[in-house]
Design a protein. Structure first.
Length: 347
């Protein structure tokens, strides 16, 4: 006699072009089993085929939970499709899955084993259901990312101009074209920044939250907006540790037994837009804020590496933004004292 099915989960490993899917069930005796596995294209036609395939392999009397990682933007189209179909979806920050996979007997990590791990994680955990991000945060994320890309292009053009002008006989036409490129990028950056400012002003709650974050020394409008937009107002974040891991500012050490085989370093496996937006604010805080300056100096005196100390300040700023958001309070200096005792000082 077959054991009664308690839970059904679809675990999905998402990439740009492909969805690798593992369908599993939890039975009354608390055992888990893989029902079926298959790959689908990551586009609308693949979503429909996936939905039909899952329906054929599941018990229609029980709900099916769809679980996937927050992988950049590649998971979003599927999540929106499933949401439109009224399917329960849970989107998990990547560090949760990677930490869970370490507890499994998986010798080789592939898309297939990752999908199976996501499925098992969904069967064994009580997960929060995903809801669509607010349209305001979604627009702000699109604009801050666009601005970041245009700024990178402008920087490349400025470097090109510097190299061209440093030549013995610069080509005047080339120099003129590069200058026009830079002017064009300047206008685009200004336009995008104005759009960001207009959206923030048009939403009283978002403006209040952004202003709240801007009370932190070193944090300006674009930093605050980027952090809130990339986390959807910290919707998926449940702790400071999870946040720093999501940003890729968590510390990793390579170990074998009791021996450390590599120097501690930040993982850089998280959201690069979060890391990038905190770089300049951290430098500004180190220069202009006495507490950040003292914190930075203390770390440098300990290990002598300025970059590691600067990363610690970045992490501190990110955690401060999160703390203020969750407490719904403006910054005050006491937060530094509270956080310094809890922060890991080796980035």
């Amino acid at each position: 006699m077959n054991a009664q099915i308690l839970k059904q989960v679809v675990g999905i490993d998402v990439s740009q072009d492909e969805l690798v899917v593992s369908l599993g069930q939890l039975t009354q005796d608390l055992s888990t089993q893989v029902v079926a596995q298959k790959s689908f294209v990551n586009k609308a036609a693949g979503f429909l085929t996936l939905k039909e395939w899952v329906s054929k392999h599941t018990n229609g009397q029980l709900p099916v939970l769809w679980v996937m990682e927050a992988t950049g933007v590649y998971h979003e189209a599927l999540a929106y499709f499933l949401n439109d179909q009224e399917c329960p979806v849970s989107i998990v920050v990547p560090n949760k899955i990677s930490n869970y996979m370490r507890t499994l007997d998986i010798k080789t990590i592939t898309d297939k084993t990752s999908a199976e791990a996501i499925m098992l994680f969904g069967l064994q955990r009580q997960l929060t259901l995903w809801s669509r991000p607010s349209s305001t945060f979604k627009q702000l994320r699109q604009l801050t990312r666009e601005r970041d890309q245009v700024v990178d292009l402008r920087t490349m053009s400025k470097n090109h101009l510097h190299a061209e002008q440093a030549e013995a006989e610069p080509n005047r036409e080339t120099v003129a074209r590069i200058k026009r490129q830079i002017d064009f990028f300047d206008k685009q950056v200004a336009e995008i920044t104005t759009s960001i400012q207009n959206i923030v002003r048009s939403n009283a709650e978002v403006k209040r939250r952004v202003d709240q974050s801007c009370t932190i020394p070193g944090v300006g409008l674009l930093t605050a907006v980027t952090v809130l937009a990339e986390t959807n107002g910290f919707d998926l974040i449940k702790s400071k540790k999870q946040l720093t891991s999501y940003a890729g500012l968590d510390v990793q050490e390579k170990q074998s037994g009791t021996s450390v085989k590599g120097k501690p370093r930040i993982s850089k496996k998280g959201n690069r837009y979060l890391r990038k937006c905190l770089h300049m604010p951290a430098l500004a805080a180190i220069k202009n804020d006495e507490r950040s300056k003292a914190f930075f100096a203390r770390l440098v005196s300990r290990h002598g590496i300025k970059m590691k100390a600067a990363v610690a300040v970045q992490r501190k700023l990110l955690e401060l933004i999160y703390t203020l958001y969750k407490k719904d309070e403006n910054y005050n200096e006491d937060y530094y004292k509270k956080l310094e005792s809890s922060l890991t000082t080796t980035p």
